[in-house]
Design a protein around this ligand. Structure first.
Ligand SMILES: [Zn+2]
Length: 248
């Protein structure tokens, strides 16, 4: 999975399919892939938007328009951190003005999840923490019966996100480079504490620079062994225990 300017790989979105179905981030490249994976336009329960950068949310207007055209009827939850509702609404109004308002469109409901609260969402417990990034960006934790998955989206690991990931079965975390220092992005050298402090079980490394991907993979094998891996587009993981079952 690439970074925002990778010519060979799309940026990362995650389709969570449990008792509810959530799309985590919605860059332009993921829309048609996600719709093919869903099949039924009513299957998607919510879309989580981590932050306003284009590679993480500019696919949303197209996704909603295609769901409308497919005659979706169910309410869609749009989720994000504090302040995300106004940004998402602005994005939708710029993309397709008026297209997502009643009665033209299925109902859309916004929920902002503050790091100080937990949102109960149809059997899932959703929690957030702000990452260290160039704009406000929130990581998401999903707790469900029997498993926990976390999604960092963009940004450096910090004490808040490290606490959010504690004991997670799977953390999908950005890792732009092996050791190139950045104030907005993570390097592999920042991540050992996911295991030593947060006791995370498995780590998926995404958002790698194209010229660093091979080096990140090699160094990750040395540092973390089978506990970390770099998924390819279309990979899936079964979070039912025992975890670690990947298919493509
Ligand atoms: Zn970003």
């Amino acid at each position: 999975m690439g970074d925002a300017v990778d010519p060979s790989a799309a940026s990362t979105s995650l389709l969570y399919q449990g008792t509810r179905t959530l799309l985590l981030d919605c860059g332009p490249a993921i829309v048609k892939v996600a719709l093919r994976a869903l099949g039924d336009p009513n299957e998607l329960d919510a879309v989580w938007i981590s932050h306003q950068h284009a590679d993480h949310c500019f696919g949303l207007p197209t996704l909603l328009l295609m769901l409308r055209q497919a005659r979706r009827s169910k309410t869609l939850e749009l989720l994000g951190g504090p302040g995300s509702g106004a940004i998402i609404q602005q994005l939708l109004d710029i993309g397709y003005p008026g297209a997502f308002r009643a009665p033209k469109c299925f109902p859309i409901h916004f929920s902002e999840i503050s790091p100080s609260q937990t949102l109960e969402f149809a059997g899932l417990r959703l929690s957030t923490a702000q990452t260290q990034h160039g704009v406000v960006c929130h990581a998401l934790r999903i707790d469900a019966a029997g498993h926990c998955v976390c999604f960092s989206s963009d940004g450096k690991l910090n004490n808040a996100t490290l606490a959010l990931y504690r004991e997670a079965d799977l953390v999908v975390h950005e890792c732009q480079s092996v050791e190139c220092e950045s104030i907005n992005h993570c390097r592999l050298a920042d991540l050992p504490s996911l295991f030593s402090v947060a006791n995370v079980h498995q780590l998926a490394l995404v958002h790698c620079s194209s010229h660093e991907r091979a080096a990140v993979a090699e160094r990750s094998r040395f540092l973390f062994g089978a506990r970390a891996f770099m998924p390819e587009p279309g990979d899936s993981i079964n979070l039912g225990r025992p975890i670690g079952c990947w298919t493509r």
